[in-house]
Design a protein around this ligand. Sequence first.
Ligand SMILES: Nc1ncnc2c1ncn2[C@@H]1O[C@H](COP(=O)(O)OP(=O)(O)O)[C@@H](O)[C@H]1O
Ligand SMILES: [Mg+2]
Length: 232
Amino acid sequence: MKGVFITGTGTDVGKTFIAAGILYHLQKKHIRAGYFKPIATGGNGDMLYVAQILGDASLVHNCYLFKNPVSPHLAAKKEKKPILLEPILAYFETLTKQYDFLVVEGSGGVAVPIDDAGTLMVDVIQKINLPTILVGMAGLGTINHSLLSIHFLKSHTINVRCIVLNMGKKTEIEEENQQIIQHLSKIPVSGILPFYPDANTPLKAQQVMQENAGIFENIVSSLEREEIYVPL
Ligand SMILES: Nc1ncnc2c1ncn2[C@@H]1O[C@H](COP(=O)(O)OP(=O)(O)O)[C@@H](O)[C@H]1O
Ligand SMILES: [Mg+2]
């Protein structure tokens, strides 16, 4: 089974949007692809969104669901439901048998805690062991966030396959951000996805995903390359 783990430089950077875009792209190619959100906080918005884009709620899966819109470690504490890695991995294993491709979305960024003992999102990524991509914002601030996230992932022996810069506003620095991130991290930036202020309906979002099919194609092909771990 093929797949991708989508992490990001933080929350609200567009992980779900990119996940839905990849899945929409695969659906058009008639690939049996599903979506897995191991830990969702603040309700089931991500799963609903992806289900709407795909027009099929049976393709979206979730292991831990919390009402509180807070970090997983805090949601788990507030709702008295500890997050364990084993059920996440068992759920993932079951899904690998149902699909030819799985898109897994992390919660927040790489150093988000899932318990008080120091287990972080990066540990979930490591255990799931799928090719990983990083979503960051296109504008000011992204160099620092992107390089820190990549460094942290590498320090846990995870290579990022590609980076997607999201919510591009065609400012002068965005191209420069792309170049310097690529140069310093040695990881290709698959593209800058523009910001569409009116992409708030599923139909419009699907149009955006269609319009930017090239970026999703680049992401999927970055996963095909043989993984070679480049140490820090
Ligand atoms: N390129 C874009 N243009 C317009 N809106 C976007 C774009 N990317 C994401 N969004 C919107 O921004 C919000 C946050 O994106 P989301 O994918 O939920 O982020 P994350 O999963 O990283 O928390 C959502 O409302 C989403 O629809
Ligand atoms: Mg999300």
